[in-house]
Design a protein around this ligand. Structure first.
Ligand code: SF4
Length: 360
């Protein structure tokens, strides 16, 4: 099952036997295209113990499903950020996830706030915080803040172990719908360019798709192929998040259906078959009842889980306790293994700055 049409046909199929066949293909490793190095063959599922730092919740985009963005924004100050980092250090966290809206300093008020703090831009501020984090804690920065230029990525690489940007979906049609019509940064070609730039710069990278925002099955499959094509050129994509849309009261898309567990299972199967040597991650807090069963589809990473901070993008969905994640995983016959925000295969001087490598 290697071409787009076959994958789409599978997603469209209403025959349960098709799912059973694909699951046995994945679990028996009958498909020669599935890498033998894949972690699930070694029977462990990874996660990263992190702290989530929402540096600023303004964003130049306005997505139809977002609950993070606020017009009346909050820009975290340095003492607040340092306190979370130090607390994370105490709890043994190893990832500092810095997340904020896209191009926040295009907002003149935020620009002014940053000036008062002594910075010309949000990225200057981020660099300084990341530098402090590396000097004073054992956490490794991972930044996810929307579109960045080649030069901005290059600068941030010095102080980041890995970086991320959700592709969401590569369809131009979808870009013009309720999900992204007010979000210039969600233009697929801009996002694919940044993912490609990260590859050119050898930055270990996390991306993903959002399922259930009005896309067609063809668009899901095409997006996964687009991610895989960039990865084939640069080899830098460490994980792909398959994230399910959640309907929430105060969003323009509140009446959209959330993807069903069956739809998620099928998309995960397709992702596993297309992405081969890339880890597949499903957020456990957004799939608390079904996530365990998704391990059947080859999910091999639970992503960032925090013992002290919430998921500020989905604040209504608490992280599972690490003990609980361990129980889910072990009941399945696998073991739970902590990883850093950068996957082991990238921990060398080809991929990481001297500063990060030394810290690891
Ligand atoms: S880009 Fe992210 S933070 Fe900005 S509006 Fe969209 S979902 Fe919200």
């Amino acid at each position: 099952m290697n071409n787009i049409n076959e994958m789409v046909e599978f997603l469209n199929s209403k025959n349960p036997q098709d799912i059973i066949d694909k699951l046995s293909l994945i679990n028996n490793n009958g498909n020669k295209n599935i890498s033998n190095d894949n972690k699930t063959n070694n029977k462990y599922i990874t996660y990263s113990k992190n702290v989530f730092i929402p540096v600023c919740n303004w964003c130049k985009n306005d997505c139809g499903y977002c609950t993070f963005r606020r017009e009346n924004y909050k820009l975290m100050n340095k003492p607040e950020i340092k306190e979370i980092l130090l607390n994370g250090n105490k709890y043994g966290c190893r990832e500092a996830l810095f997340t904020f809206g896209e191009n926040v300093d295009e907002n003149p008020k935020i620009k002014e706030d940053l000036k008062k703090m002594g910075y010309n831009s949000i990225l200057e501020y981020l660099y300084d915080i990341s530098d402090w984090c590396l000097t004073n804690t054992d956490l490794l920065p991972h930044t996810n803040c929307g579109i960045l230029s080649y030069d901005e990525l290059k600068t941030l690489k010095e102080v980041n172990a890995s970086m991320g940007l959700m592709l969401e979906n590569s369809s131009d049609r979808l870009y013009n719908t309720i999900a992204h019509k007010d979000s210039p940064g969600k233009e697929p070609k801009k996002r694919l360019k940044m993912i490609e730039d990260a590859g050119k710069l050898k930055i270990p990278f996390t991306t993903g798709i959002l399922v259930g925002i009005g896309e067609t099955n063809e668009e899901i499959v095409q997006s996964l192929f687009d991610i895989n094509n960039v990865h084939k050129k640069y080899g830098h994509i460490q994980e792909v998040i398959i994230q399910n849309f959640r309907a929430k009261e105060n969003i323009p898309m509140k009446n959209y259906y959330e993807p069903t567990p069956l739809k998620m299972l099928k998309v995960l199967i397709v992702a596993k078959l297309i992405l081969k040597d890339i880890s597949i991650q499903v957020p456990p807090n957004l799939n608390s009842e079904t996530g365990q069963l998704f391990l059947f589809a080859g999910v091999d990473d639970w992503g960032g889980v925090s013992p002290i901070t919430k998921d500020f993008v989905n604040p209504e969905a608490p992280w599972p306790k690490i003990e609980e994640l361990k129980r889910y995983t072990e009941e399945f016959g696998y073991s739970l293994k902590e990883r850093l925000p950068v996957y082991e295969k990238y921990i060398n001087k080809n991929w990481l700055s001297d500063r990060i490598l030394e810290k690891i």
